[in-house]
Design a protein around this ligand. Structure first.
Ligand code: 5GP
Ligand code: ZN
Length: 115
């Protein structure tokens, strides 16, 4: 989508610090990091939010996203300490960028509940 920030990151039109990339998935550093490690894992194709995930996406792209998260947790060596995965969906979820993404936060003790 032409006016989507994350589509522009996928296209290389906006620079980002990429940690993982394959045909369908990309992981890059959040520009406003909330923890020592804060990555965003996204499908390369434009899916606005969890509400828009299709049956096909549930079979293909969603598992690939979680596979990338596990791979990153091992490569960056925070799998033993643990981490948090967050998806903000829609207005009540606090979603600000309307391209599906999963926050991967690690490197410090997280607290609960979130705001
Ligand atoms: P949301 O609030 O939609 O769950 O999360 C959007 C995230 O995207 C925020 O944490 C924000 O810091 C991040 N973000 C917004 N614009 C950019 C950008 O241009 N580059 C990167 N790397 N992250 C961005
Ligand atoms: Zn997009």
């Amino acid at each position: 989508m032409s006016d989507c920030i994350f589509c522009k990151i996928v296209q290389g039109e906006i620079p980002s610090k990429i940690h993982y990339e394959d045909d369908n998935v990309m992981a890059f550093e959040d520009i406003n990091s909330q923890s020592p490690i804060h990555l965003l894992i996204i499908p390369k194709k434009h899916i606005p939010s969890m509400v828009d995930v299709t049956e096909e996406d549930r079979k293909e792209i969603i598992p690939e996203i979680f596979k990338a998260i596990q791979k990153l947790s091992e490569e960056l060596n925070f799998n033993n300490e643990g981490y948090r995965i967050v998806n903000n969906c829609g207005d009540h979820g606090g979603q600000t960028v309307k391209h599906l993404h999963f926050h991967l936060l690690a490197g410090r003790q997280m607290t609960w509940p979130p705001g």
